[in-house]
Design a protein. Structure first.
Length: 334
């Protein structure tokens, strides 16, 4: 079954690259009316792009591995040494304590970082595990940089490009922003406070913000089946200029009932009487409900969903993968 699905996805990828043929290809005929594949595809744009991005993602990983192997082999032969000797000379021997500390500083790893196996758990950078993990990251970073230099030396050109997702119209949807609000590069997360995947992703979102807050316009929009208590509490906090404080507190402290939400409000200096009145504000609830329906109309159907420059992001949800994607978008604006 796995291979049948892969074959289907590859078939889709091939046909979708042939835009003219795809738009003219007949899928079915009803009496004298022809249904074209383009008529069908418009209803499954997100699903098609997910499949196409999956193909691109695995091709890119495979391409980078092949390029790395070929470049190391070519450079080693040109120097009459083995690959192992080349790596020892150009990578291992250039690792230094100063370089490690700079790497930690540049990637804001001083206080700690999310456990790669459990993102909601923080790893102390000064623990034995933390130190060893950071050293491996530093070594990989140094090797990657060396491979980049070899790509330049041997004039490597890559023609592999990700598919472009359809742009979503978020102009009429209320959003919350922070970071560099004047940046032309934006990252918006559609999330729900009661979504376990959103809870897991929150530490990664915070880490991304810490790294890119001076370069990227970070946004958030609520996406839930209905207007609920955490949304209303966070929107009241927004009215008082404290949305992001409440946003972080809800994800970090996981309040279970109204009493605990009021305790959070008190914690950041919000008035409990005004909050109580706001929770019964039908106009506010209607505005938020309109927002939720507008998101669904844009075929945003899951949480968390990430939109980078108003296009759905289909890559891996790790810090490294999103960073790579943001870096590429930032390079386009240089």
């Amino acid at each position: 079954m796995k291979y049948k699905y892969l074959a289907l996805v590859i078939l889709l990828a091939t046909s979708c690259n042939q835009k003219k043929e795809m738009s003219l290809a007949a899928a079915a005929i009803i009496d004298t009316d022809t249904l074209y594949t383009s008529m069908i595809d418009i209803n499954i744009q997100n699903e098609l792009y997910q499949g196409l991005f999956g193909i691109y993602y695995y091709r890119k990983i495979a391409l980078e591995e092949v390029l790395k192997e070929r470049l190391l082999d070519k450079e080693a032969k040109n120097n009459n040494i083995t690959q192992a000797q080349l790596i020892e000379k150009e990578v291992d021997n250039k690792l230094s304590e100063n370089g490690l500390q700079q790497f930690i500083k540049d990637n804001k790893l001083e206080g700690g970082f999310p456990d790669p196996n459990n993102p909601i758990r923080a790893i102390d950078s000064n623990s034995e595990y933390g130190k060893n993990y950071i050293k491996k990251l530093y070594q990989k970073y140094t090797l990657d940089n060396y491979i980049i230099s070899l790509k330049k030396k041997y004039k490597v050109k890559s023609y592999l490009a990700p598919p472009l997702p359809p742009r979503k119209d978020l102009s009429g949807i209320e959003k919350h922003f922070k970071g560099n609000v004047k940046s032309t590069t934006s990252m918006i997360i559609a999330s729900a406070f009661d979504c376990p995947q959103c809870v897991d992703f929150h530490p990664i979102y915070q880490r991304l913000y810490k790294k890119y807050n001076d370069k990227v316009k970070f946004g958030q929009v609520h996406f839930s089946p209905e207007v609920n208590l955490p949304i209303m509490v966070s929107e009241y906090a927004h009215q008082q200029g404290k949305f992001w404080e409440m946003y972080d507190l809800i994800y970090e402290q996981h309040p279970k009932d109204t009493v605990e939400y009021f305790q959070l409000a008190k914690q950041i200096g919000l008035d409990s009487v005004h909050l109580s009145n706001y929770l019964n504000n039908s106009e506010a609830k209607g505005r938020i409900q309109t927002n939720l329906e507008a998101l669904m109309a844009e075929d945003i159907i899951r949480t968390p969903s990430i939109l980078i420059n108003d296009r759905l992001y289909y890559g891996g949800f790790s810090f490294e993968k999103i960073s790579e994607y943001l870096d590429e978008e930032l390079r386009k604006n240089i």
